[in-house]
Write a protein that binds this ligand. Structure first.
Ligand code: NAP
Length: 340
């Protein structure tokens, strides 16, 4: 016996990847339904070699469904997730709505799988922000060995992290710059994204940080260790898929680059590609469609005691969203629901 699964936001970037990954990993599915807004009713979505016709979320009854993988914005999640949870269907949510609620576990299965036990308080589990997910996968095994004191991270985040309209904006704006009269004004982003970089993701907070930067701080503390200090600068770059991060770490104890490389090689979810030669590192175009978080450029930072630098790259629609959500569903199945 398998599970009855609802994919909510199935016509979006993350929802489509959820359907692909559930099929790729042969998740034990008895029945699956694709849900989105009313305007998408009847839109076809692929699930392995099957085609699903999207149904209207607003008219859907979650009674008798085991899990709902949500990938719609926070506003719509606020309305529909409690309805699903109340009907007995466990919600695994990709929005930021529930991530900081102490009664809702925030999970990266390679890092804090035991937090799953807390799901029953609200029948909801939160998935972290894409930039946090890939960073903590690389951070945790090093933290276990040498205790991370402080993280300084700069991100280079792809436009797919802002949804399907942002992908169109980069594509059309890039083409428009070459064709007189077809220039595309910024709409999703506050400034031109084609051939540019924008040091601003999500809204500004009172102290001058952005919400995306704040999320990396708060989520790393909740998932890995509240004692870790994190400072982040989050930047949008003209890449379609794949987030990159330059991460500087300061440890309590000495840890050299060779040992860090060996620890990361043995750690779940990580692929180390770190040859000190031309092209001996991973860039976003190479991580697209992959499950792994790639770590490159591991080297000591001689300017601080016990310092290391590394370069972390992952497919933001996969480890940063859809893959992590499916891994949570697998964990929930294995430890709690025990079907399939
Ligand atoms: N992209 C990433 O890297 C990433 C990473 C982590 C988390 N997330 C989060 O995941 C969620 C989805 O992101 P995305 O990139 O997939 O966005 P997207 O490509 O814009 O897709 C949004 C999806 O939500 C559906 N939707 C929106 N409002 C709805 C409503 N009122 N009722 C029913 N369905 C509704 C849309 O359906 P229609 O097509 O019918 O409008 C579509 O299926 C967001 O909360 C985002 O913050 C994204």
């Amino acid at each position: 016996m398998g599970y009855r699964i609802a994919v909510v936001g199935a016509t979006g970037n993350v929802g489509r990847e959820m359907l692909n990954i559930l099929a790729e990993r042969e998740f034990p599915v008895d029945e699956i339904v694709a849900l989105a807004s009313r305007k998408s009713q009847g839109t076809e979505c692929s699930f392995g070699d099957k085609t699903l016709k999207t149904e209207d979320l607003d008219r859907f009854d979650f009674t008798g469904w085991d899990m709902a993988l949500f990938a719609i914005g926070s506003e719509a999640t606020k309305k529909y997730a409690p309805i699903a949870a109340k009907a007995g269907c466990v919600v695994i949510d990709n929005s930021s709505l529930y991530r900081y609620d102490p009664d809702i576990p925030l999970i990266v299965p390679e890092v804090n799988p035991d937090a799953i036990e807390g799901y029953a308080k609200k029948n909801i589990i939160a998935n972290p922000n894409c930039s946090t997910a890939q960073m903590v996968v690389a951070l945790k095994p090093l933290h276990d060995r040498a205790t991370v004191k402080r993280v300084v991270v700069s991100t280079y985040q792809s436009v797919s992290g802002s949804g399907k309209e942002a992908i169109d904006e980069l594509w059309n704006q890039t083409k428009g710059l070459y064709v007189p009269g077809q220039e595309v004004e910024p709409s999703v982003y506050p400034k031109q994204i084609a051939f540019n970089v924008i040091p601003h993701i999500d809204v500004f907070m009172e102290d001058g940080t952005t919400k995306e930067e704040w999320k990396m701080v708060a989520e790393t503390k909740k998932i890995v260790d509240p004692k870790i200090k994190v400072t982040a600068t989050c930047v949008r770059v003209p890449v379609f898929v794949g987030h990159s991060e330059a991460v500087n770490l300061e440890f309590e104890e000495p840890l050299d680059a060779d040992e860090a490389r060996e620890i990361l090689r043995e750690s779940p979810g990580i692929l180390v590609v770190d040859k000190r030669e031309d092209g001996g590192y991973v860039t976003p175009v190479e991580c697209v469609g992959d499950f792994a978080t790639f770590v490159s450029r591991i080297r000591e930072d001689a300017t601080i005691e016990n310092g290391l630098n590394m370069w972390v790259v992952s497919d933001n629609l996969r480890k940063g969203a859809a893959l992590n959500a499916v891994q949570i569903a697998e964990l929930l199945g294995r430890r709690i629901l025990k079907k399939g």
